[in-house]
Design a protein around this ligand. Structure first.
Ligand SMILES: Cc1ncc(C[n+]2csc(CCOP(=O)(O)OP(=O)(O)O)c2C)c(N)n1
Length: 369
């Protein structure tokens, strides 16, 4: 007799609707109750506006040669800020990729340090001891195994801390993503995998990244839940991340959140998106701007007006200028700083390289004088 072989696990064709609480017009979805009060929404909005203003300033500084290549957050502010506001910086950690400035600031990193980092000053790479943050990671997905190791360690120490790790849709195609998810599921690491699906990995579109309907549905294969959330909706992101943090803190293990957002600009200051994004597509996406959505919500509650918007704008610009002035006034990096802050104790071979370099610089200075 012939046995019919039917696979038990098949990709489903069913449409997945992302979790959404706040509509683009600023009204709440029926029955939705925000997990943030007005005061919290206003501080989240300020952080989103600061991030947007920094993107603009940073682009012009990069063009003047005062800042290195950096990746703007533009379009993803609700995704980054909504998630970052769901953790407790006094015990939880952020493990970033490279497009999460407001999450770094919320953890307590001084903006001046971020600027110094992008000015090429190693002093800016030194994270203050009381700031629970790992360094910016440029090697795609390499931060994911680190995040799981950190989370597992926090669990073994019974610290109650949770790790929020950021990465992109492109990063999810790397082997590190699989290894990290697999281990996290096995040891029930208290980690929230926060995948920002911004439509692009530089010029590779989301449709070229995976044949799966969503990125989040990979999670059950590792033994933990996945959530798809409207990443331009501050409240949905905050609520979903809060639930995942709660789950991790109570010992139930990881969650994979796919935040469906959109990169409203260039990949970084070296990119020209007009070569691969049509202006029609950008035009279609502009109304989804996460900042305008929160402002509409607050206006409807009588908590936002043009005057308040102007005051916030002036305030964030002043904060950025102050940090920029401080970073520019700080002493330029000394040559030996290149060799510092990598190892707790400098290995002999590195010390030898440092001494050789300093000796060469001193000889060159003597010859020039
Ligand atoms: C291991 C590795 N491979 C390739 C690159 C080059 N690279 C830099 S950014 C990027 C795209 C990453 O896309 P995604 O993970 O979706 O994040 P996004 O930049 O969209 O936030 C690539 C391939 C890299 N930095 N590291």
């Amino acid at each position: 007799m012939k046995v019919a072989i039917e696979p038990q696990f098949c990709p489903s064709r069913e449409e997945i609707q992302p979790i959404s609480l706040l509509r683009p017009d600023g009204t709440l979805v029926d029955g939705a109750v925000p997990t943030m009060d007005d005061g919290e929404v206003l501080s989240a909005l300020r952080l989103m506006m600061l991030s947007r203003a920094f993107d603009e300033k940073g682009f012009s500084l990069q063009r003047q040669g005062r800042l290195g290549t950096f990746s703007p957050v533009r379009g993803q502010e609700a995704s980054v800020v909504g998630s970052a506001c769901a953790i407790d910086p006094s015990r939880d950690w952020v493990v970033p990729q490279y497009r999460e400035l407001p999450a770094l600031l919320r953890q307590g990193l001084p903006l001046m340090d971020f600027i110094r980092y992008f000015m090429g000053n190693p002093a800016g790479a030194r994270i203050p001891d009381d700031v629970r943050l790992l360094p910016i990671q440029i090697a795609i997905a390499a931060q994911l195994p680190h995040a799981v190791g950190l989370a597992w360690g926090l669990r073994l120490q019974r610290s109650g801390g949770v790790v929020l790790v950021y990465f992109g849709d492109g990063a999810s195609s790397e082997g590190d993503f699989h290894e990290a998810c697999n281990l996290a599921g096995v040891v029930k690491a208290p980690v929230v995998f926060f995948l920002q699906n911004n439509g692009w990995a530089i010029s590779t579109s989301r449709s070229r990244q995976t044949a799966a309907r969503t990125f989040a549905e990979r999670a059950p294969g590792y033994g933990f839940p996945g959530i798809v959330v409207d990443g331009n909706d501050l409240f949905a992101v905050h609520a979903a991340t809060s639930a995942a943090v709660e789950r991790a803190r109570s010992g139930e293990g990881p969650t994979l959140i796919e935040s469906q957002t959109y990169r409203l600009g260039a990949h970084n200051t070296a990119d020209d998106p007009s070569r691969y994004v049509t202006s029609e597509e950008l035009h279609r996406r502009e109304p989804l701007d996460p900042i305008a959505r929160v402002q509409r919500y607050l206006s409807q509650r009588g908590r936002w007006s043009e005057d308040i918007a102007e005051a916030y704008q002036a305030d964030v610009r002043a904060e950025i200028q102050q940090a920029l002035d401080a970073a520019s006034a700080a002493s330029p990096p000394a040559p030996e700083m290149l060799f510092e802050d990598v190892f707790a104790e400098t290995p002999a071979r590195l010390a030898a390289q440092r001494d050789e370099r300093l000796h060469a610089l001193a000889s060159a200075a003597m010859e020039a004088s």
